[in-house]
Design a protein around this ligand. Structure first.
Ligand SMILES: *Cc1c(COP(=O)(O)O)cnc(C)c1O
Length: 473
């Protein structure tokens, strides 16, 4: 019937969906086979470019096109994906996404089953980090968004800016010079200006230099500025370092600062016997931003923000327009809602993937996979140290190993590009102490020790052609 948007033949739809599911399971089960990454073929780019469809092609055609797309992801499902900080995802997310697609729930608020799943996830996160029962939390897209939410609560706890705007303010905050750019971006978006975030130097272990922090704070106070925020990094993006969170908690308490932890991947280490000691002090933070889509391998995207003080969290976001009025009964019950804790009103059911992952696997197995990655990073460091043409550029604190080719920056960069394009392995490039570095980050539950050998051999083998490309290319 014209204007009818549901399938006319549900049985036929079920068969098409089942075929696509079969392809998807085959894809995930074979994640270790084939190249890590392959460029999207020109023919498929061309097929993708169409005019806005006036007439629909139907579900069968769509299912076939979706199946064809499956091999062309980022590559982070492959055991030799080591680039940036990506989680490798898992099968539980696939189940959750099927259910979420059928429910089409909006988790901005109201009283329905999906909300209780997110409430449970919030309760689990509190438990993970030893936060009090009243602590509040929100599932968000990732740590970048989680940081904005946390820092807005920190800002609004200090100045009355929600209606009046920040105006000329004197607020300054501190993070190490290894902190992720999402912190400076949050300062920008919250009207504080990224200049108000001070970059504190680090020590030889790439951890925040506490003496330098104290000095910088004293200078700012003497200049009439108002320190309000201290950001600790638990797992730095460049080298995987952990700031001394207990020391930062002491300073934050003594100086009356809000302590925020960027634990995008490293905070998940509370589940790992190897990393837990490095996170001592995180239980004293005012807020924590971290990702389920990194070291906990929930499929993209799944981030989280946890706040110690629910009232301050809600005070930063709550507003009550007439059309969002709540009630004590019926569907509009159950306030406060997620919309009272963050900027989004319409929200998908990300919480279900998180719930499914933790329910299916349990924290013990998730923590053990993190510990194994840390052991693998140490093993990789030994392999690099045994390779005369490669030089390690930083100590291994957790999952990240950075190294350079002895022939210089251009060769180092070429190694990375060559490995990516060959599909053999995907490391990324960064700069450490002014030198270009191959950056290998192992937040990958599919990586086996043999994959590290392939990576190191790949670096060594690509050397001669690399030199050729650099000199003549
Ligand atoms: C990945 C990362 C971020 C950003 O997180 P998104 O989920 O990509 O928004 C922030 N901080 C650190 C340390 C990270 O590794």
């Amino acid at each position: 019937m014209s204007g009818d948007l549901d399938p006319l033949d549900w049985q036929g739809f079920e068969a098409q969906a089942a075929r696509l599911l079969e392809c998807a399971v085959v894809q995930l089960a074979g994640a270790k086979d084939g190249p890590v990454w392959q460029a999207f073929p020109e023919s498929m780019k061309a097929e993708m470019r169409t005019d806005l469809p006036i007439k629909g092609a139907g579900y069968e055609a769509v299912a076939a096109q979706l199946a064809a797309l499956l091999p062309y992801g980022v590559g982070n499902t492959h055991p030799r994906f080591f680039g940036w900080v990506h989680g490798s995802g898992g099968a539980a997310s696939m189940l959750a996404e099927i259910a979420a697609a059928a429910m089409n729930a909006n988790l901005g608020g109201r009283d329905h089953g999906a909300m209780y799943v997110e409430k449970q996830v919030v309760a689990w996160v509190r438990q993970m980090f030893g936060f009090p029962d009243g602590a509040s939390g929100l599932v968000v897209s990732g740590t970048s968004m989680a940081t904005i939410v946390a820092l807005k609560a920190a800002r609004d706890a200090r100045i009355n800016a929600r209606a009046a705007g920040v105006g000329a303010h004197k607020l300054v905050g501190y993070a190490s010079d290894q902190a992720h750019n999402c912190v400076a971006r949050a300062f920008d978006m919250l009207g504080l200006g990224s200049d108000a975030l001070r970059a504190v130097p680090v020590n030889a272990a790439f951890e925040m230099d506490i003496t330098a922090l104290r000095k910088m704070m004293a200078v700012d106070r003497a200049a009439g500025l108002e320190p309000f925020l201290l950001v600790g990094t638990a797992g730095s993006v460049n080298v995987g370092a952990f700031d001394d969170l207990a020391a930062l908690a002491d300073i934050a308490k003594a100086e009356g600062l809000w302590l925020h932890i960027d634990g995008a991947f490293g905070a998940a280490g509370v589940l790992s016997d190897v990393l837990r000691p490095r996170l001592k002090g995180i239980e004293r933070a005012d807020s924590i931003a971290f990702d389920f889509h990194k070291w906990l391998h929930v499929n993209y995207d799944a981030g989280f923000v946890l706040l110690r003080d629910e009232a301050l969290h809600r005070a930063a976001f709550e507003s009550a327009p007439d059309y969002l009025a709540s009630s004590d009964r019926g569907l509009a019950a159950g306030r406060p809602w997620p919309v009272d804790y963050g900027p989004e009103l319409s929200r998908g059911f990300r919480a279900l993937k998180i719930w499914a992952q933790i329910t299916a696997l349990g924290t013990e197995a998730l923590g053990a996979a993190i510990s194994r990655n840390c052991t693998q990073a140490k093993l990789l460091a030994e392999m690099i140290d045994a390779e005369p043409s490669l030089e390690r550029l930083a100590p291994v604190a957790s999952s990240v190993v950075v190294f350079a080719h002895v022939d210089g920056d251009a060769v180092t960069e070429e190694i990375v590009l060559h490995l990516q394009e060959s599909g053999l392995a995907v490391p990324s490039i960064t700069t450490v102490n002014g030198r270009r570095a191959v950056r290998v980050n192992i937040t990958n539950h599919r990586t086996r020790d043999a994959d590290l050998r392939v990576l190191v051999d790949g670096c060594a083998r690509s050397n001669p052609s690399v030199a050729f490309v650099c000199i003549h290319g």
